[in-house]
Design a protein around this ligand. Structure first.
Ligand SMILES: Nc1ncnc2c1ncn2[C@@H]1O[C@H](COP(=O)(O)OP(=O)(O)OP(=O)(O)O)[C@@H](O)[C@H]1O
Length: 266
């Protein structure tokens, strides 16, 4: 188990938003987290990296490589984030400062994580860009000179540069058109196969669940109502809410065969 969330609750001053959730992510697996808007998926994922808004408090345990992340000091968490645990967000544009070149971002990221040699930083940046299908010439460009899909790929390259063991992707493809979104997912799946990192993938898109996930967890009103192997849940959902979600997903409500065909042509 790479990540074990045990009885995690997240509360504001006047309400409990995530209520005693337990969830495990295994080494190297692709775990999808689904559920209606506002059910607490993003907050759950933010709590793993101590990224919750300051008015919210997390309790319980978030065990990663033998340590409870909720108890780590901010400095220790900063060292872990980006190196052992990485995030990819929907708002990838927010990850870039407008007037710093793409190369500048890669450089800064590595400096923060202790790489002192500028030659090594440059080499790694080029490799990282190439690994997501982008050329070294992009290093000199500024964020506004890249398309949405290119920028998201550049942000993924940054997230994967230091070979994290856990990648948390919160609606990473939502802001992209379906072709770019599909490319990003293919890229993530390929990088996962190469590096063996686990992925916790938050999505509303059941085509992605169908195609890429190994296991999934379904969240409703701050609780996980069902989790397990993808095929078990998609073919034999136990919880009424899961059934409703699957029925509401246009691709999945048809037969498996046509659902797959549609996903493949995206
Ligand atoms: N800083 C905050 N203070 C108080 N409540 C918050 C705060 N941030 C989020 N919430 C509330 O917590 C609930 C869960 O939010 P969260 O963003 O985790 O949902 P989600 O499942 O990720 O939704 P979506 O699928 O739309 O992204 C929502 O009701 C939201 O309004």
């Amino acid at each position: 188990m790479i990540l074990s969330i045990e009885e995690l609750s997240i509360s504001s001053r006047d309400r409990t938003i995530v209520d005693s959730v337990s969830l495990a992510v295994r080494e190297g697996e692709f775990m999808a987290l689904v559920g209606q808007s506002g059910s607490g998926k993003s907050l759950l994922s933010q709590s793993i990296g101590q990224l919750l808004p300051s008015n919210l408090h997390a309790s319980g345990r978030v065990m990663f490589e033998g340590i409870n992340l909720l108890e780590q000091k901010p400095k220790e968490m900063r060292a872990l984030r980006g190196s052992r645990i990485s995030y990819i967000f929907q708002d990838y544009q927010g990850a870039f400062t407008p007037f710093r070149s793409i190369g500048g971002h890669f450089d800064e990221y590595q400096k923060i994580h202790g790489e002192k040699s500028s030659a090594v930083r440059r080499k790694r940046a080029v490799e990282a860009l190439e690994s997501v299908g982008l050329g070294a010439e992009l290093l000199r460009r500024y964020p506004f000179q890249l398309s949405g899909g290119q920028l998201q790929r550049a942000s993924i390259a940054t997230s994967l540069m230091l070979s994290p063991r856990l990648l948390i992707a919160d609606e990473a493809t939502t802001a992209l058109d379906s072709v770019s979104g599909h490319r990003v997912l293919e890229l993530l799946a390929r990088k996962q196969a190469e590096t063996g990192c686990a992925i916790l993938f938050i999505t509303h898109d059941w085509r992605h669940v169908r195609r890429y996930a190994n296991r999934l967890a379904v969240m409703k009103e701050g609780q996980i109502v069902e989790s397990g192997g993808k095929h078990r849940i998609l073919d034999h959902p136990q919880h009424e809410y899961t059934r409703q979600l699957i029925e509401a997903a246009p691709v999945l409500s048809r037969s498996l065969k046509s659902g797959l065909k549609e996903a493949e042509t995206q």
